[in-house]
Design a binder for this molecule. Sequence first.
Ligand code: NAP
Length: 300
Amino acid sequence: MTDIIIVGAGTAGLSAAIYGVRAAKSVLVFESEVYGGQIVNTPEIENYPGIKNISGYEFATNLYEQATELGAQVKFEKVIKIEDRGAEKTVVTDQGSYPCKSVILATGAKNRPLGVERETELVGAGISYCATCDGAFFRGKDVAVNGGGNTALEDAIYLSNFCNKVYLIHRRDAFRGEEKLVQALKNKENVVFVLNSTIKELLGEDRLSGVIVQDKITGEEKEIAINGLFVAIGQIPENSAFEAQVELDEKGYISAPESCKTKSAGIFVAGDCRTKNVRQLATAASDGAIAALAACEYLV
Ligand code: NAP
């Protein structure tokens, strides 16, 4: 019987794994996609204390290696549900059932879709949610980034280094992301700000050839010809599989205070999937440590 099963191998999950194994607990981490979570797609991290500059991929790889070399086991299986029988719990995946004493949910969040007609059909044919993964296909071309948070700003900076023109489309005229990034974009000659604007329509037959945006103030619509659109409008959580054991807020995040304790004894939550105001790499790592130490205390 595993001491701690962690659902999700992102920053929060792997940080929890490090703290769990260092407390001499047996730790098994389940991940349904790739390790590292959302940070894998960030080209450059400059705000993680103690590390001046690192790519998201390198950061995630370091974290994965640190956790596994210390003794955490990682299995790439999708967790379907948890059965909670008090002191003994079972984590059921698409490949098996695993008994454990405690669980840490670190499921993160997935990209929020634009919600415009034909979006799904054009994914991979001009629409992408990951500039670092797909940006290279658009070298020398005109692209747009939609969003006003750090992801959108960083994506726009990254793409502006090799794309012909980058339109930054945002629904307001103020940005949620860091001012330093906004200033960096303002200094780029090939970046065009399209503010107070929302994407109404996706153009093109087999591939995306442009978008129609509407100015929210004037109501005016205009066409922007682009080869690629990078959607970076935030994330949505995916926690419905755990509804029986934990309380979800109106947006689907798992309700828990800074202690990372859920309403079920022995089930903890860490990182972006938890109700919180600040979702950063540093707070994900912090949650991982708190949740793992809380699990260790519970196991005593
Ligand atoms: P975010 O901060 O939640 O920003 C989402 C952006 O998308 C907001 O500007 C929002 O507009 C806009 N938006 C939301 N729904 C929309 C819709 N339906 N249509 C059009 N626009 C929409 O998301 P994020 O940029 O992915 O960042 C997530 C978290 O990760 C943040 O805490 C961020 O700081 C962090 N992050 C950190 C780093 C780093 O530290 N290097 C890098 C990337 C991300 P409004 O502003 O109008 O709400």
